[in-house]
Write a protein that binds this ligand. Structure first.
Ligand code: CP
Length: 325
């Protein structure tokens, strides 16, 4: 167990050792047990987390805010459009100033080729930990909660297979941050990863290379595939969600056209049968129902989506309690 995490940022868990992530998972399970038993755990009494959003959220905002209250502190909600950011507040000023008011700064900024750079600039100027609530490249707290969910469902995750697959969608070109953080994190814990997508829906090459190296070090396999059905066959975890063709085109109309080419990439009962009856279905939500995933799957017995959403709370509380003390 690593106890020296005070002051650490979470931009992505690639910057934490496996021992450090194990500590966060241990604490997350303990906090989940405490909450089930009604045992108070005010580790962050009088502490304040600034939450700065440049993009919509249901789960991330609600779970960080509830988590801070349960830890005895307060979460300050800031929406970028009602700040002075558009009138000139720079990332450095945000880091300096919010860091002087607060004990942590959490940011969601998913704009392609902007979000990660912004969060890193804020972190460079901040005297308190900066937590990434999702950027264009990473969604670390989602990946941590997902790993927690896999451990709950299967016990030791080593040797299990997770299919991280693209799926079709109609709402918008979703960020690539969820599959990237998952592809990086899961193989470090010995999970065999199949990354499945049509050719236009690439992830960042350096992330894929790092994921492959993480698999080698984690004694796991890492396969790139482009056949949805082959990717699902015999897997333990079907993590099928949409993401945009951002490395192929930044034109939304062209992105939409490319998504339309693969409308058969929907997780329905027939596709789940390829995985098997013991497989689980995962999705970070929100999902495009009956486009990305059929109701019969997301509402069915193999679905783990509500446990995933719940585990955001426990995983983030663990990170906050360890870093913001
Ligand atoms: N999964 C997730 O991050 O949900 P929100 O976009 O609602 O925060």
């Amino acid at each position: 167990m690593q106890t020296h995490l005070r002051g650490r940022d979470v931009i992505d868990f690639s910057e934490w050792t496996k021992d450090e992530i194990d500590t966060a998972l241990d604490v997350a399970f303990e906090l989940k047990r405490d909450r089930a038993l009604g045992r108070p755990h005010p580790y962050l009494r009088d502490k304040v987390l600034a939450m700065l959003f440049f993009f919509a959220s249901t789960r991330t905002r609600a779970s960080f805010e509830a988590g801070m209250a349960q830890l005895g502190g307060h979460a300050q909600f800031l929406e970028s459009r009602v700040t002075q950011i558009s009138h000139g507040d720079t990332a450095t000023e945000i880091g300096e100033i919010l860091g002087r008011y607060n004990d942590g700064i959490a940011i969601r900024y998913v704009d392609w080729q902007k979000g990660n750079a912004y969060i890193r600039d804020v972190a460079a100027a901040s005297r308190v930990p900066v937590l990434n609530m999702q950027c264009d490249v990473f969604h670390p707290h989602q990946a941590l909660a997902d790993l927690m969910t896999i451990i709950e469902r299967f016990g030791d995750p080593r040797g299990r297979t997770a299919t991280i697959s693209w799926a079709t969608a109609s709402s918008y070109q979703k960020p690539i941050s969820v599959p990237q953080s998952l592809a990086l994190l899961l193989p470090r814990f010995g999970v065999n990863v199949r990354l499945v997508h049509p050719p236009e829906f690439l992830l960042m090459p350096d992330i894929v290379e790092q994921a492959r190296e993480n698999a080698r070090r984690g004694h796991a396999s890492f396969e790139l595939m482009d056949d949805f059905e082959e990717g699902l066959r015999g897997t333990d975890v079907v993590y099928a969600k949409s993401w945009g063709a951002l490395l192929t085109t930044t034109d939304p109309e062209e992105g939409e056209r490319l998504i339309g080419k693969y409308s058969s990439w929907i997780t329905d009962a027939e596709h789940m049968r390829l995985a098997g009856e013991d497989a689980i279905y995962m999705h970070p939500l929100p999902a495009d129902r009956n486009v990305e995933v059929a109701d019969e799957v997301i509402d069915g017995p193999q679905s783990a989506v509500f446990d995933q959403a719940e585990n955001r709370l426990h995983a983030q509380k663990a990170v906050m309690a360890l870093t913001m003390r």
